[in-house]
Design a binder for this molecule. Structure first.
Ligand code: PGA
Length: 260
């Protein structure tokens, strides 16, 4: 089963309109006239909500796609400050990050809420990119696979039985201790968790699991991207800090191997 590699830039709460424009323009220019098929991967940018429309306009005609960083689990209505999936679609998003560990920590999103948000993304025609990962404390007490297993298990009942090419499950393994710290997980640690996740998805979804993409995130840089993306069950990356500089982000895209 061929899985297309996927590189997602998570800009987090960085960038006013001008810097977002510059960054998007730099990435589009760097990818040049390449058509989607000649890129080694699919590329998605997730700017802050206030810059989505602008970035959408800058990406027009390019192969780069747009994603939100979060969405409401509700369809519409009295939810002050929230943004629903239809609104994200309306400003050009095809993807959305769900359950990032910063939202789990800052906004108290638990596994059940993350699962409902993922279901909302599927319902509203978006491709969810669901984040899972253990804290340092959980790793140190040997609970990594238990934590990841529980985070994945919460998602299973909400994944539609009829997956399509445009809407399948994408999971990003992001060890919390590796995010923004400059300390990426070791290859062996990534291999272990990704293999574990693939087996758990196979148990839940059978042959469909082979179409689901598993990303790694946490201090990915041009220097470590090639070896991380070369691992068997790693289908791309969720990139934070290094996605804020077009040259670094482009170098990470260049490090994507032709795997399948
Ligand atoms: P980082 O962030 O690349 O800056 O570690 C990754 C993420 O949080 O998605």
């Amino acid at each position: 089963m061929r899985r297309r590699m996927l590189i997602v830039g998570n800009w987090k709460m960085n960038g006013l309109i001008e810097t977002a424009q510059e960054l998007a323009d730099g990435i589009v220019a760097g990818l040049g006239a390449r058509s989607g098929r000649s890129l080694p991967c699919e590329v998605v940018l997730c700017p802050p909500a206030t810059a989505l429309l602008t970035v959408h306009q800058r990406l027009d005609g390019s192969v780069v796609k747009l994603g939100g960083q979060d969405l409401s689990e509700h369809e519409s209505g009295a939810h002050t400050g929230e943004i629903c999936g239809i609104m994200l679609r309306n400003v050009g998003c095809r993807h959305v990050i769900v359950g990032h560990s910063e939202r789990r920590a800052d906004c108290g999103e638990d596994d059940a809420k993350v699962a409902r948000k993922m279901a909302a993304a599927f319902r509203d025609g978006l491709q969810p990119i669901v984040c899972v990962g253990e804290t340092l404390n959980e790793r140190e007490r040997g609970a990594t696979l238990e934590v990841i297993g529980a985070q994945l298990a919460a998602l299973v009942p909400y994944v539609p039985r009829e997956l399509t090419r445009r809407q399948t499950l994408v999971v990003a393994y992001e060890p919390v201790w590796a995010i923004g710290t400059g300390r990426n997980a070791e290859l062996e640690q990534i291999r272990e968790v990704h293999g574990f996740m693939r087996r758990q998805l196979e148990e839940a979804f059978g042959a469909d699991a082979a179409r689901m993409r598993l990303l790694y995130g946490g201090s990915v840089k041009p220097a470590n991207a090639g070896s991380i993306f070369g691992l068997e069950d790693v289908d791309g990356g969720l990139i934070g800090g290094a996605s804020l500089k077009s040259a670094e982000f482009l170098a990470i895209i260049d490090a994507v191997p032709e795997k399948f």
